[in-house]
Design a protein around this ligand. Structure first.
Ligand code: ATP
Ligand code: MG
Length: 184
């Protein structure tokens, strides 16, 4: 299981200024008044892991994750989120498994889409998604339970429930690869 050790945001939703959060081992709670950005933080994590649905980000299009301005501050054109992973136990997939710490960055520029980097090197979105899917921490995995998700799980069709269970078991990545192989 991959452990998050740090989350950095800039221009992402309400986090317009560079924000650096250390995630210590153990349980982390995020507390604050309504609208202070708690859900935005969780969404930043899901986004950097490769979320492709703007709806999951509570937006109409993906550019909506970029700071959209307030009465006193102009909007931005770039949002960037970096998550650091503690890989001392070498649990990352082989492609990334040579270093103690992995830094995954996703950056979006208005109208130009997203670019991913792993430890500074540009990486395909698919490889970032597989990195997290293999670690059973994917953007849609059972390790990320968002508001309303418990109800959705109860109402899910058997096939949907099965894919959730497979992700929990850490075999979601295998299915993504099999599907890719079949398409070739
Ligand atoms: P609650 O306790 O009600 O769940 P919360 O702490 O989870 O609140 P969030 O939903 O994370 O709060 O943050 C909402 C705030 O983020 C709102 O003030 C909203 O205007 C702001 N926000 C969301 N997207 C953007 C954006 N693209 N640009 C600027 N601000 C944004
Ligand atoms: Mg919230």
């Amino acid at each position: 299981m991959i452990r998050f050790s740090r989350l950095r945001l800039s221009g992402f939703k309400s986090f317009v200024d560079p924000t650096d959060l250390l995630i210590e081992p153990g349980m982390t709670g995020v507390v604050g008044p309504n609208g202070c950005g708690k859900s935005n933080l969780v969404e930043a994590l899901r986004w950097v892991m490769g979320e492709t649905s703007a709806k999951q980000m509570r937006g109409g299009e993906m550019d909506d994750v970029i700071f959209g301005g307030t009465a006193t501050r102009p909007s931005r054109n770039i949002a960037e989120v970096t998550v650091s992973l503690d890989n001392r136990d070498r649990s990352a997939p082989a492609l990334f498994n040579t270093v103690d710490e992995l830094e995954i960055t996703r950056r979006i520029e208005r109208g130009k889409g997203s670019v991913y980097r792993v430890n500074g090197k540009e990486t395909r979105a698919k490889d970032v998604m597989l990195l997290f899917a293999d670690a059973a921490t994917g953007a849609r995995s059972t390790a990320m339970v968002s508001q309303g998700r418990v109800g959705a799980l109860i109402n899910a069709k058997p096939s949907q429930r099965r894919s959730l269970l497979e992700e929990a078991a850490g075999i979601g990545g295998l299915h993504t690869r099999r599907h890719e192989a079949e398409l070739r």
